[in-house]
Design a binder for this molecule. Structure first.
Ligand code: GLY
Length: 364
C-alpha cells in the first residue's frame, strides 16, 4: 500500500517539485482580444507594485461595467428568457486560492464576487440565488443588467425563431421569412437604426459565447488570473459554461503559469482546457504548443471532423511563469464584414497594449 508519506517522498513528488518553471519574471498581462483596456489598467497596477489579482480584476471590471461589451457583465446578452446570468472565476497564485460564481443575476461585477468567495468563505463556488444573496450581504447593489441594445438583440432573436411551418409567436400575422429579415425588422422596430438592427440580427443568428480572460505576471514571479462572462447568448436559464470552472475557463499554478479560455465553453469543459495547458507547460511545452495540444483534444472529441468543428470556435491563452505567452484558437480566423480575420489576443508588457495573432489548429 502506498501511504501518503511514501507518496510525498517518492519519485513522483520529486519529479513534480523539479517541474517548476524557472526564469526571470517580468510584468506582463495577457488577455482575450477584448482586453486591450483591461491589460493597460492591470499593467498600471503592476507597475505601482500592486497584487496580480487586484490588477486583473481591475482590468476586467472595465469590460464588466461597459454596456457596449455584450459578452461580459452589464450589457451582456441574456438567457432565452431575457435575463442576464453571469459566470466568473479568479485564481491567486501566491496564496494558491480560487473562487467562482455561476448563474449570478443582477450584479455587474461577478469577478469581484468570485474574489469574495475566495477570500471570505471556505467554499470555492457559489451559484444562482445563493451567489446573489452572498453578493448582497457584502453590499453589492442588485441592478437590471439588460441594456436597450441587449434587450433589442434578445427580442430580435425571439423573432428569428421559426417552427416547421415558418411561424413565430413573437411576430404579427405576416411572418416574413428570414431572407426578408431586415425589412421586417425595420417595420417591427421603427426608429431603430439599420446599424443596430444589423447588429441585433447578427447576434440573433450567430449566438456568441464571448468572455474576457486576463492573466498577469509581475516581476516577483507572482501570477493570477480571472475569467468573466455573460456566457452563451440565449442559453437555457441555469446553463453554466467553462468560465467559472477552475481547470476549464481558468487555471493558475504559481509554480508554472496560468491559462484561460474564451469561446464555446462546453467544448472546453470536456477537456479541462486551462488545467491541461498548465500541466503541458509544467512538462516542458511552450505556451503555444500547450494551447494547441488542448485544441487537439477538442478536435479529437469530434473525430477531427471539420464539418462539425466548424460550428464553433474556442481560444486559449497561456502565460508561463518566465513571461513566455501565447494565444491559440481552433480556427485560423473568423469572418467579419466578408473578410477572414485572424483571431487575436491582447498583451501589455509595460507600454501600450497591443493585439497579437493567435496560433491556430485548423485553417479555415
Ligand atoms: N466561454 C464562455 C462560455 O461558454 O460561457
Amino acid at each position: 500500500m502506498i501511504t501518503r508519506r511514501h507518496w510525498l517522498t517518492g519519485t513522483a513528488a520529486a519529479a513534480a517539485a523539479a517541474q517548476t518553471i524557472q526564469g526571470a519574471a517580468r510584468n506582463i498581462v495577457v488577455a482575450s482580444s477584448n482586453g486591450l483596456r483591461a491589460c493597460a489598467r492591470a499593467m498600471e497596477i503592476l507597475k505601482g507594485g500592486g497584487d496580480t489579482l487586484d490588477a486583473v480584476i481591475a482590468g476586467v471590471n472595465i469590460n464588466e461595467e461597459d454596456p457596449e461589451d455584450d459578452s461580459v457583465g452589464y450589457g451582456g446578452l441574456p438567457n432565452e428568457e431575457g435575463v442576464v446570468e453571469l459566470d466568473a472565476s479568479v485564481m491567486h497564485g501566491p496564496t494558491r486560492r480560487g473562487g467562482s460564481v455561476a448563474g449570478l443575476r443582477g450584479i455587474k461585477t461577478p469577478s469581484k464576487v468570485a474574489r469574495l468567495v475566495m477570500e471570505q468563505t471556505d467554499h470555492i463556488m457559489l451559484v444562482g440565488e445563493g451567489a446573489l444573496r452572498f453578493a448582497k450581504a457584502y453590499g453589492f447593489r442588485e441592478e437590471n443588467l439588460l441594456t436597450e441594445k441587449s434587450r433589442l438583440a434578445w427580442l430580435v432573436w425571439k423573432r428569428s425563431l421559426r417552427d416547421a411551418g415558418g411561424h413565430n409567436n413573437w411576430s404579427d400575422g405576416l411572418d416574413a421569412p428570414p431572407s426578408k429579415a431586415t425589412a421586417e425588422l425595420r417595420r417591427m422596430f421603427p426608429g431603430v437604426s439599420d446599424e443596430l438592427l444589423a447588429y441585433a440580427w447578427d447576434r440573433a443568428v450567430n449566438p456568441p459565447a464571448g468572455t474576457i480572460n486576463c492573466l498577469a505576471l509581475n516581476s516577483k514571479g507572482e501570477i493570477s488570473g480571472v475569467t468573466t462572462t455573460s456566457g452563451l447568448a440565449w442559453k437555457i436559464p441555469g446553463r453554466v459554461g467553462d468560465s467559472p470552472i477552475l481547470g476549464a475557463g481558468l487555471y493558475v499554478d504559481q509554480d508554472v503559469g496560468g491559462a484561460g479560455s474564451t469561446g464555446r465553453g462546453e467544448e472546453n469543459i470536456r477537456v479541462a482546457g486551462a488545467h491541461t495547458i498548465v500541466e503541458n507547460l509544467r512538462h516542458g511545452m511552450t505556451p503555444k504548443e500547450a494551447c494547441l495540444d488542448a485544441l487537439k483534444r477538442i478536435a479529437r472529441n469530434y473525430d477531427n471532423d471539420r464539418e462539425r468543428l466548424a460550428r464553433f470556435d474556442i481560444s486559449f491563452y497561456a502565460l508561463r511563469k518566465d513571461g513566455a505567452y501565447a494565444g491559440a484558437s481552433l480556427w485560423s480566423g473568423a469572418a467579419r464584414r466578408g473578410q477572414l480575420r485572424p483571431r487575436q489576443f491582447a498583451v501589455n508588457d509595460g507600454d501600450r497594449s497591443r493585439l497579437e495573432n493567435c496560433g491556430y489548429l485548423l485553417e479555415r
